[in-house]
Design a protein around this ligand. Structure first.
Ligand code: RIB
Ligand code: CA
Length: 314
């Protein structure tokens, strides 16, 4: 039985590859896509989700817009990384995939109620929608959410501030709600994603596919690489978000340890930090499976195969 999944994302170049991997891999049943403000405004992340579904031929998966701002405070955007559109690089025509009129929390709720078995939530942006759903429907979440597998946080240093990774920094209160929910949580953070830079070899493998979708993916990664070089001085961009789905379809691809994770909410210089007690010095109970390593070659094989599968079906 394929694993039923709802993606909650802020496309976003790496979110785009997550959507494609989830749609292409036979071990996943992609039930719904909800969008959140993060890499760009909610209007742009939602348009981008529809764009990716359109160019990849992903049909019949409802796409709903969620929250345009965090639960508390003002939001963040990452135009310096993902560009003005939130998905700069290739040109896109008008999407043919429609916008589902339901909001994200409603779509999550109705999807969970309609599915015969519990569903895995895969957030790859700020956790605003997921937290809002948990606050609105705690009993349904406890009964019908199998696990939350999120990209966010880190066990080392941040990328939005020295202490905070972007997805957590954009809505720390939402992240605290998720990590405190008591639900099974898997956290795949920067300490893992920076082990999977999209190098020239990845671009070469995409070029070798020779399909329009593969060319578009190469253009996405080329733009993503330009901004990561300019902003972080990295030679290749880490493809963060698809690690979530890769972990689900290939158990063991991401090495995990159980650990207590706390989200800093009030630190003057550390708000949004995920404080991961890998050494058990706090005595707090573990509340998450935390990524610490990855089989990078296997990861890229999954990404390339997803693009090949979707591209050859077009
Ligand atoms: O810090 C990386 C995360 O922030 C990724 O999910 C990226 O898409 C942005 O949302
Ligand atoms: Ca993202």
């Amino acid at each position: 039985m394929p694993l039923p999944v709802i993606l909650d994302c802020d496309p976003g170049h790496d979110d785009a590859f997550t959507i494609m991997l989830a749609a292409a891999h036979p071990a996943v049943e992609l039930l719904a896509i909800t969008t959140v403000a993060g890499n760009a405004t909610i209007e742009k992340t939602t348009l981008n989700a529809r764009r990716i579904c359109t160019v990849a031929g992903i049909e019949g998966v409802p796409v709903s817009a969620g929250l345009g701002r965090p639960l508390c405070g003002t939001g963040l955007v990452a135009g310096n990384i993902h560009g003005e559109s939130g998905l700069d690089g290739p040109g896109f025509g008008e999407p043919t995939v429609p916008l589902d009129p339901r909001d994200a929390v409603t779509l999550i709720r109705e999807t969970l109620l309609a599915h015969p078995v519990p569903v895995t939530l895969v957030p790859t942006g700020p956790l605003s929608n997921v937290a809002a759903f948990l606050l609105a429907h705690p009993a349904l979440a406890a009964e019908r959410v199998e696990r939350i597998v999120l990209m966010g946080g880190y066990t080392g240093r941040g990328n939005r501030t020295p202490a905070a990774e972007f997805n957590i920094a954009a809505d720390p209160e939402a992240a605290d709600i998720v990590f405190s929910s008591g639900l099974p949580v898997t956290m795949i953070g920067l300490n893992v994603s920076h082990q999977v830079p999209a190098t020239a070899d990845v671009l070469d493998r995409l070029d070798a596919l020779g399909t329009p979708l593969a060319r578009l993916c190469a253009e996405l990664l080329t733009f993503f690489g330009t901004t990561y070089r300019e902003v972080f001085g990295l030679t290749a961009p880490p493809l963060h978000d698809p690690l979530t789905v890769a972990h689900l379809v290939a158990p063991g691809l991401v090495t995990l340890v159980r650990a207590p994770v706390a989200v800093e909410l009030t630190g003057t210089h550390t708000r949004g930090a995920t404080v991961v007690d890998l050494d058990g010095v706090t005595g707090r109970p573990a509340n998450a499976d935390v990524g610490i390593g990855v089989d990078a070659p296997a990861y890229w094989d999954l990404i390339i195969e997803a693009v090949r599968t979707l591209g050859s079906a077009r």
